[in-house]
Design a binder for this molecule. Structure first.
Ligand SMILES: [Zn+2]
Length: 156
């Protein structure tokens, strides 16, 4: 992305100010504006976690909407693709095998129940939606998160 003014931007992950050199490098290599430290963090996610491209893209689309999301969060039982503890919602970005494998479906159901007992709802988003209509999906998910946050605030 080229900008007319050479103003500074901020890291989408930690909000620190980044100069145009870091910004350009980050966009080129990671497709998102990240400071050097967060570039290292994302590099590790790519290398050592099972996070998919779709899950990472959705994560950054939510960060852009100022959602306090966490990528690849370990809740002690399993790793959640995208967790939003503030709204008490877990987001799982699922590939096809979640629909076709009964074993996977049963394991998903157990995870959903485990989270629900702790007060968390699980939102399952198919990979195909993230690929085809990321921005619209991110808007609807953000709306869902706001509603969940406000409903839970009222109840407790
Ligand atoms: Zn950063």
């Amino acid at each position: 992305m080229i900008t007319y003014n050479n103003h500074s931007s901020s890291c989408v992950e930690c909000n620190v100010t980044i100069d145009s050199k870091v910004l350009n490098y980050s966009i080129e290599h990671f497709r998102h504006p990240l400071c050097r430290e967060c570039q290292d963090w994302l590099r590790d996610i790519h290398e050592y976690s099972s996070a998919t491209e779709e899950s990472i893209n959705l994560y950054f689309a939510l960060k852009k909407r100022e959602v306090p999301a966490e990528l690849e969060k370990d809740d002690g039982f399993k790793t959640i693709d995208i967790a939003v503890p503030h709204a008490k919602v877990n987001i799982e970005v699922d590939g096809r095998h979640h629909n076709y494998s009964p074993k996977q479906a049963l394991s998903d159901l157990k995870r959903t129940l485990y989270s629900f007992k702790k007060g968390y709802t699980t939102l399952r988003i198919p990979n195909s939606l993230v690929k085809d209509d990321l921005e619209k999906a991110a808007d609807l998910i953000t709306d869902y998160l706001i509603t969940s946050r406000d409903t839970k605030k009222k109840r407790y």
